[in-house]
Every structure is written in structure tokens, then in C-alpha cells.
Design a protein around this ligand. Structure first.
Ligand SMILES: Cc1cc2nc3c(=O)[nH]c(=O)nc-3n(C[C@H](O)[C@H](O)[C@H](O)COP(=O)(O)OP(=O)(O)OC[C@H]3O[C@@H](n4cnc5c(N)ncnc54)[C@H](O)[C@@H]3O)c2cc1C
Length: 445
């Protein structure tokens, strides 16, 4: 395998260039008034900027106010706001006429791409980070080696003083479906659009599809199959007893306020876990109420017309899956009747959520310095004193920083907190940077 080793030492490498690291790029730029006192680079495995690109069906809407964009909460005057994006695209008045706080996700994706375009010089796309290794000197981890593979299969390694891991969630595949990961007919919702296209499914393709799950993704896939593929019959299979609504009422929504991060962080671990569990129904295994009503309406009309195009299977566990040339047979255990039946499908969509474990895999060579991967309030992993580099994480701190950690809710604040901590770390740890600071003059934090 071809290997390329860069000699440059970066101050910071951001892994992933989704909304979290985009918000960080903005915060770094705004904290330094557009000067470039640091050598910063972001790496993203995608060929270009896309925000959950394979889920962007026409019905999908942002589940948070557009005012919680990459920057407005922290700096409403920023040129990177969603409002400025609308203004630059000559849609501000039209958007106001829509009368919504919740633009479609396609538009929000376009906004994020527009911001990412401003930072083109800071990001290398098509590079998937494989691992982060220690660079040792006299028994001390002096810096980090970030090893990635690019789209041509070339292994690249880069040196850095610090990293921010912001790689998002990894599709969670239930055990029963794990043996079928190479089967093009069984796929996670994260791949919905490309897999539907690869299977050649068109509005006239007459097939039967199972959706496994009861959250927002399952509901969006169901609506898309219903609306755009009139010949597809869908079974919605859920372990729970009903599709349940996401609670986004105002008092509950306060848990997504920036101040709530402090409140959660100050608690002991048992109380943090209790609070997170109490508010679980704001984000996990829940669906926007308007989608629930639409889905209920679809099933009701089926009853009126005495049709049975789709089936709603609640309290149902998938016990076994067998794939052959004619399709996928699922053994479905209905807990309300105690009976198990076998159903054949042409495809299975796993709307089964996301895991957050990739940081441990990427940082495995540094494990002995990082202990339990505990994180300070500034999102820096607590390392022992043999490890000098700063390692930050975004999106892997829900258990300590609360439910906003995996969402868009506090991105601008979190980015500023990390940018400030990174700047202090750099100035405190490296004399050469102290000199840069002096030459830069006033840097506001
Ligand atoms: C379908 C969907 C809809 C959502 N809608 C909302 C919403 O409406 N409101 C809300 O608040 N939250 C929503 N979320 C939650 C979502 O996590 C956040 O919106 C947001 O995407 C988090 O940003 P991020 O940068 O941390 O992660 P991501 O957006 O997941 O970005 C991570 C980036 O890292 C890259 N990457 C991953 N691994 C590597 C690697 N090894 N090397 C290099 N690059 C890598 C990926 O290509 C990706 O670009 C949604 C999530 C999903 C899946």
C-alpha cells in the first residue's frame, strides 16, 4: 500500500467536518478576527460536504429551530448564520412567508454546504481517519499521528498537537441482522437513498419492504415509501406498543439550552443518568407529532378502503432473519398474541439508531493514557500527565454533558468553549506559540 507521511506539524486536526467541526471552524475564525494564528486542518471521509445525505428525502424537516444554526446563539451578527445564507440566496422574504422555524433538511444541508464552502482551504475530503497514534519522546506522548486512508487507498499520516473527534454516530445494526451486512437488500436508514437507487426501486416496482424501528427515521422512511413508491407495500415493525411523540414542549425544551450543560455536568453520575433518562423522549425512539398523525391517517384510510397495502406490527420482535434468492424471511414474534409468524420481504430497512463508540476505536493506541475516557467540562479527555496533546470530543459526551451533545442544540457554545480551551492549551504548552500570541496582539475570547 502506498503511504504518504507529511512533515508539517499541525496545531489541531479535526476529524469529521459535519456541523460540530464546522461550528468549531467558525468559532476559531471569529475568535481570531480572521487571522490564521494556528495550523488547523479538518478531515472528512465523504467526497464532498453532505449532511446525512442519504436520508434527505423530500419530506424531511429540521427538528430544531433554524435559529439554532451553526453560530447565531453565540454571535447573531456572524456572516455564517442561516438568515445570512437565506439573504445571500435571495430567499429571505420567501422563507419568512413560509412562516416556519423548521426548514426542510435539504435546505439546511444546502446551508451547511454553503458554510463549508467558506472553509474549503481548511478541509480535506475523501480521507477517512483510521487511527490516532502517539508520537513519543522520553516516555512522554509529545504529539499525535493521525493516520487516514484516502479515496485512492493511499495511507496518509499527519502530525498534530491536538485533535477534535467529531465523527458523529455509527449506524447501529441489531444482532439478528449483523450476518447480512454485505446483502444489498438489508440496509440501515443512513443509506436509504443510495440503496433504494442501487436496488433499482422505482415508483412502479411492486415489492414488500420491512422497516424495523419506531423513531423519526422509521417514520420518515415509511412516509417516503408511501408517497413516492405507490407500488411498495411496507410493514412497520416495532418492538414497542406505539409510535410515540417527541416532547418538544417549551419547559422540556429548556434542557437543550446552553446553561443546561453546566447543570448536567455538575451532577454526580447517577443523577446525570437519571436526568438523561427522564428526558429520553425528547430524542430517542420518538417521532414528530405531525408525522405520527400522517401515518395514522394512512392506516385509517386503508381501513376505509378495505385495503391492506401496509401493515403496522407493534409489540413485535424479529427473532430470526434468513436471506435467499427470493428475499428475506423474518420470523416475527408478536408479544401481544405470543405467536410467531414468518414473513417474506424484498428488502429490510433498519431504522435502528446510531452508536457512539468510534472515538474508542480511533484512540485505541492511546488507551493507557486516557483511562475511562472521562471528559472535562471543556470537552477535553482527561489524560494522565504522560500525554501532552489535547484530545477533544464532540458528540461522544452525552453521559456527562447531556442530551444536546449529539444534536445541533448547543453547537455554537460548545465550539467556542473548545476553541477557547484549545487556544489556552496551545499558549500554555508551547513557547513558540506564545510568541505568535504576542505578535498577534489582542485575541478576544
Ligand atoms: C437523519 C438525521 C437527522 C437529524 N436531524 C437532526 C435535527 O433535525 N436536529 C438536530 O438537532 N439533530 C439532528 N440530528 C442529529 C445529528 O447528530 C446532528 O444534527 C449533527 O449532524 C451532529 O453533527 P456532527 O458533526 O457531530 O456529526 P455528523 O453530522 O454525523 O458529521 C460527522 C462527519 O464526520 C465524518 N466522519 C465520520 N467518520 C470519519 C472518519 N473516520 N474519518 C473522517 N471523517 C469521518 C462524516 O463523514 C461526517 O461528515 C440528525 C441525525 C440524523 C442521523
Amino acid at each position: 500500500m502506498t503511504q504518504v507521511t507529511e512533515s508539517k506539524l499541525y496545531d489541531l486536526i479535526g476529524i469529521g467536518f459535519g456541523p460540530s467541526n464546522l461550528a468549531l471552524a467558525i468559532a476559531l475564525e471569529e475568535q481570531t478576527y480572521g487571522h490564521k494564528p494556528y495550523n488547523v486542518l479538518f478531515l472528512d471521509k465523504q467526497a464532498d460536504y453532505r449532511w446525512h445525505g442519504n436520508t434527505l428525502v423530500s419530506q424531511s424537516e429540521l427538528q430544531i429551530s433554524f435559529l439554532k444554526d451553526l453560530v447565531s446563539l453565540r454571535n447573531p451578527e456572524s456572516r455564517y448564520s442561516f438568515v445570512n445564507y437565506l439573504h445571500k440566496h435571495h430567499r429571505l422574504v420567501d422563507f419568512i412567508n413560509l412562516g416556519t422555524l423548521y426548514p426542510c433538511r435539504m435546505e439546511f444541508n444546502d446551508y451547511l454546504r454553503w458554510v463549508a464552502g467558506h472553509f474549503k482551504g481548511l478541509c480535506r475530503y475523501g480521507e477517512e481517519v483510521q487511527v490516532i497514534e502517539p508520537i513519543m519522546r522520553d516516555g512522554i506522548v509529545e504529539a499525535l499521528r493521525v493516520v487516514s486512508r484516502d479515496i485512492n487507498g493511499i495511507e496518509r499520516s499527519k502530525k498534530t498537537r491536538s485533535v477534535v473527534i467529531s465523527t458523529g454516530g455509527t449506524p447501529s445494526i441489531p444482532k439478528v441482522f449483523q450476518p447480512f451486512q454485505g446483502d444489498p437488500r438489508i440496509f440501515h436508514h443512513a443509506e436509504y437513498i443510495s440503496r433504494m437507487a442501487r436496488m433499482g426501486i422505482t415508483p412502479s416496482t411492486s415489492i414488500r419492504i420491512a422497516i424495523i424501528g419506531s423513531g423519526q427515521s422509521a417514520a420518515e422512511a415509511f412516509i417516503d415509501l408511501n408517497d413516492c413508491y405507490p407500488s411498495v407495500r411496507t410493514d412497520l415493525i416495532l418492538r414497542g406498543s406505539a409510535l410515540k411523540p417527541a416532547d418538544d414542549t417549551p419547559f422540556v425544551n429548556e434542557i437543550f439550552a446552553p446553561e443546561f450543560t453546566d447543570l448536567i455536568y455538575k451532577q454526580d453520575s447517577a443523577e446525570r443518568a437519571r436526568i438523561i433518562e427522564e428526558y429520553h423522549n425528547t430524542n430517542y425512539s420518538v417521532v414528530d407529532i405531525n408525522l405520527i398523525e400522517r401515518i395514522y391517517g394512512i392506516f385509517y384510510r386503508q381501513k376505509v378502503e378495505a385495503k391492506n397495502r401496509h401493515v403496522y406490527r407493534r409489540l413485535t420482535n424479529v427473532e430470526q432473519a434468513i436471506a435467499d434468492n427470493d428475499g428475506i424471511v423474518l420470523d416475527l414474534h408478536d408479544r401481544s398474541t405470543g405467536k410467531t409468524s414468518s414473513e417474506r420481504y424484498d428488502a429490510v430497512i433498519l431504522a435502528t439508531g446510531y452508536e457512539r463508540k468510534l472515538h474508542r476505536q480511533l484512540l485505541s493506541p492511546l488507551e493507557k493514557y486516557l483511562g475511562e475516557f472521562k471528559v472535562n467540562r471543556d470537552y477535553r479527555i482527561q489524560a494522565d500527565n504522560r500525554c501532552k496533546p489535547a484530545i477533544y470530543m464532540q458528540g461522544f459526551c452525552e453521559s456527562t454533558h447531556g442530551l444536546s451533545d449529539t444534536l445541533l442544540s448547543v453547537l455554537p457554545y460548545r465550539a467556542e468553549e473548545i476553541a477557547t480551551s484549545f487556544r489556552n492549551y496551545l499558549y500554555d504548552s508551547y513557547t513558540v506559540i506564545k510568541e505568535k500570541k504576542a505578535s498577534l496582539g489582542t485575541v478576544q475570547v
